[in-house]
Design a protein around this ligand. Structure first.
Ligand SMILES: [Zn+2]
Ligand SMILES: [Zn+2]
Length: 855
């Protein structure tokens, strides 16, 4: 990217982004219609381009800059391609940091949040991102969160929001409950060093499991989403098909009542090989057996403590497997055999039924356990092909048949699974079933800075419609729509006393029951902030509406989102919740789409010297510093140029400086020839260098256009534009000598400027005006590649003699074998090599190579 100095003027100094960029930003700001989408009655094809909305921490970081530079390039490209583009931005503005800041600085969370939003909006404007600020959404304002409350009530009416007591994740640092999705390896998603505890609490849940199958099956058709995200969601939903089988506990005179153990198995076909039944230490039958067995009770308590510790350490899978024989037996209903009942520390009460059948011959884990405790091993499956009996454990399912399995002996595993499940059902001791790893979404948070849950508890015990899972009797009353929004009180003292801060605001808590008018208490928990981000992108299309969350006819036009762009860290959290929310809204009749986004792109991280940027490492690169030194164009163009967008990008300041020099060079060339480039037509004859200039221009247009519609390798798109600029610089002498027509100069410089517009919008706009272009450059038509001009007129072909390269010849593109051969033989160097020798073979690979074999 270096070039020879031409004269005394330092070019880098003459390209002044600090002057160009604010000047254009001021003009763009003055015209809010510039980035506004047309209405849903537009005749143009719509394109909804969305980047994930940020949490307003107060400062943009480089990860944001990269994310938004990708989306912004795409939005501008789609405008230039004639689409009706919606490109909005908003703020995921509820959450704990505002409360922490309030504690630290004594600033009310609302004030702190709104100041941060103002600062970040200003940074985004300085970067030149093309957002339609008229559609801005701020989730902490009642104009937005009242609709969270409205959706909550709609879900409550349909039994999709419900209250139950259960074991929940508790972060002692956040002082609140967390959803399963917010616990990563046993730790809090916000506090990587904080171990999440288990507590029994009554909480509000959303019944996401009702959509488990649909959420799973939809993934198969979502080919616009990265496979890694779909795989993560499949694993998280964790569907497994199997059979429930009841084992009756062999009675003992000390039993209070008859007992049975229901096991869940995915391999009922191996049940004739079951040699024990194993229970979680918290299983009801285990507790009953321990009631009159002190030693057993003691062992169980130890196991419960081990599980708690392992769960909190996040490595349940690594638990040292340990069990105890209860001395009691259960009956296998398929063959009447009695098998011992064990209690084991690796069986979890809240996974499946909390009980398994152990088949050591055909399961790795069961085999290991049986070896440790000397439990019998009994084969029930053999290879269908017969032959040598395989070593145990033998877990193959395909190509296997049952053995020693009563009436099913000889059946294939798949057939046996189906038939044996039907047999269980017919005989009343079981059935086929499906289980999921996905659990209902716990949405209660014991925090202040979130959406108030629109429910009250009538002190007269007045019960409205209580949803099916409500464990507590009566008292739960849903507020009517007319009572919305339930506004967060603003004057509040944030403390870390534990419990919901709203619970200490008497004016908030004390209210009246909307049904009987008697005294009532408001719910003091707030909603998980992931509720806010589950549907915010629907609000953008109708952000001012005060009557509905959004108008359905607008949603029918704009949805699904054409391109969603954000970090892969949201694969399980936000991206599963927003799919769920979309399905709920569809079932409420509000939208027609099944999925929120047709295409998803997850960009890589921005790192520094191979490590994640962090304050503690002192390796944070600030976007403001980069803008001050190199300008917004160079900063965002570097973010696209330095790596393919799906890979991690290691930020190198030298690289930004290089991009800045490249832009300075573009600026110099365009401004130098702009007068001649304004002339649209000229009769001047095209010279040799002219043909090459046009060829490279049209090849570049073709490449950049293709990259936008395909793999998004903007790094190679920008490299292609750099090659074009090299060609232009190489033609400078010819241009100065008047050997290049003004028509060509105009076409090349206009093309270059348009190609730059998605990546360096300020400079492109400056040069567009310089070239006499009207209005905004990103509303000008994207250039079309002319295939004839782009075609190489000549190609180079290496000529070898006996496999050694002798010369590279130039022939017209598309020459046939005879022409290429004749050209090779006519070359003087080739003639010198073959003179006086016998040519035994001529190999011509058209377009590639000529090899002459001589003796
Ligand atoms: Zn936490
Ligand atoms: Zn009441």
């Amino acid at each position: 990217m270096q070039e020879k100095a031409k004269g005394p003027v330092d070019e880098a100094k003459r390209y002044e982004p600090a002057e160009i960029e604010p000047r254009w930003q001021a003009r763009w700001d003055a015209d809010p219609s510039l980035y506004a989408a047309e209405g849903h009655d537009s005749a143009k094809k719509k394109f909804y381009c969305l980047e994930m909305l940020p949490y307003p921490s107060g400062k943009l970081h480089m990860g944001h800059v990269r994310n938004y530079s990708i989306g912004d390039a795409l939005a501008r490209f789609m405008w230039m391609r004639g689409h009706n583009v919606l490109h909005p931005m908003g703020w995921d503005a509820f959450g704990l940091p505002a409360e922490n800041a309030a504690l630290k600085n004594n600033t009310p969370p609302r004030e702190w949040t709104l100041a941060n939003i103002a600062a970040m909006r200003e940074q985004m404007r300085r970067m030149g991102f093309s957002y339609d600020w008229a559609t801005e959404v701020t989730t902490c304002l009642p104009e937005y969160y009242r609709w969270n409350q409205w959706f909550f009530l709609k879900m409550y009416e349909r039994g999709l929001a419900f209250r139950k007591k259960s074991k929940v994740n508790w972060c002692p640092e956040c002082q609140t409950v967390l959803a399963n999705e917010q616990v990563i390896d046993g730790r809090c998603w916000r506090h990587e060093d904080t171990i999440v505890e288990q507590r029994d609490l009554t909480q509000w849940f959303f019944r996401i499991t009702q959509y488990a199958d649909e959420l799973l099956n939809g993934l198969d058709t979502m080919d616009g989403w990265p496979e890694k995200v779909r795989t993560m969601q499949r694993n998280w939903i964790g569907r497994s098909e199997g059979t429930l089988v009841d084992f009756a506990v062999s009675p003992d005179k000390s039993d209070a009542a008859a007992m049975k153990i229901t096991v869940f198995t995915t391999r009922v076909d191996t049940i004739f090989g079951a040699t024990s039944v194993q229970l979680a230490p918290e299983h009801a039958v285990a507790r009953a057996l321990a009631a009159c067995d002190e030693k057993l009770a003691g062992e169980m308590e130890k196991m419960i403590a081990q599980q708690k510790a392992a769960r909190e350490a996040g490595d349940l899978g690594a638990i040292e497997k340990h069990g105890v024989d209860t001395g009691r037996f259960a009956v296998n209903p398929y063959n009447g055999e009695q098998v011992p009942i064990w209690i084991a520390n690796y069986i979890l009460a809240d996974y499946g039924t909390g009980a398994i059948m152990s088949v050591p011959a055909h399961d790795e884990r069961d085999f290991e356990f049986a070896q440790k405790y000397g439990i019998a091993v009994k084969r029930a499956i053999v290879p269908a092909a017969g032959g040598e009996v395989p070593e145990l454990p033998y877990t193959a399912e395909d190509e296997s048949v049952l053995t020693d399995s009563g009436q099913w002996t000889g059946r294939s595993c798949a057939d046996a699974q189906r038939e044996m499940a039907a047999f269980a059902k017919a005989n009343g001791f079981g059935s086929a079933t499906v289980t999921y790893r996905l659990k209902d979404w716990g949405v209660s948070r014991q925090r202040y800075w979130g959406t108030p849950i629109p429910m009250v508890y009538c002190e007269r015990g007045h019960a409205a419609t209580v949803s099916t899972d409500a464990v507590e009797a009566g008292g739960v009353v849903a507020l009517p729509d007319s009572a919305l929004p339930v506004v967060l009180p603003e004057q509040i003292e944030i403390t870390q006393q534990g419990g919901s801060p709203l619970g200490r605001v008497v004016e908030f808590v004390n209210t009246l029951c909307p049904v009987c008018g008697g005294p009532a208490r408001r719910e003091t928990d707030t909603m998980d902030t992931f509720v806010d981000s589950s549907w915010y992108f629907y609000r953008y299309i109708d952000a001012e509406d005060t009557g509905v969350p959004f108008a359905s006819e607008k949603a029918k036009y704009w949805f699904p989102i054409d391109q969603y762009i954000g970090g892969v860290e949201h694969a399980i959290l936000h991206l599963i919740y927003s799919r769920f929310w979309t399905k709920v809204m569809r079932d409420l009749g509000m939208i027609a789409n099944d999925e929120p986004a047709a295409r998803l792109f997850t960009q890589g991280m921005v790192i520094k010297d191979g490590a994640k940027m962090s304050k503690s490492k002192g390796n944070v690169i600030s976007p403001d510093d980069m803008i001050a030194r190199y300008g917004a164009d160079a900063t965002r163009m570097y973010a696209l140029f330095a790596a393919p967008p799906d890979r991690d990008l290691d930020w190198q300041e030298d690289g930004v400086a290089g991009v800045s020099r490249f832009l300075a060079r573009v600026w110099r060339l365009v401004t130098k020839y702009s007068e001649r480039a304004k002339i649209e037509k000229s009769e001047a004859k095209r010279s040799g260098s002219e043909g090459k200039l046009l060829r490279v221009l049209h090849q570049t247009i073709a490449k950049v256009t293709e990259d936008f519609s395909g793999r998004w390798h903007f790094n190679t798109s920008i490299a292609a534009v750099m090659i074009l600029v090299n060609e232009i610089a190489a033609a400078e002498a010819a241009m100065d000598a008047g050997e290049v027509s003004s028509a060509t100069i105009a076409e090349v410089f206009r093309g270059l400027t348009l190609l730059l517009a998605p990546f360096a919008p300020f400079l492109a706009q400056e040069l567009w005006a310089e070239l006499g272009g009207e209005g905004a450059v990103f509303r000008a038509a994207w250039p079309l590649a002319d295939a004839d001009l782009a075609r190489e007129s000549e190609i180079e072909i290496p000529v070898q003699v006996n496999g050694k390269l002798v010369v590279v010849i130039t022939v017209p593109a598309g020459s046939d074998e005879a022409v290429v051969k004749a050209a090779a033989l006519a070359d003087a160097k080739v003639q010198a090599r073959v003179e006086g020798k016998t040519m035994t073979k001529v190999i011509v690979v058209p377009g590639k190579l000529v090899n002459l074999v001589v003796k």
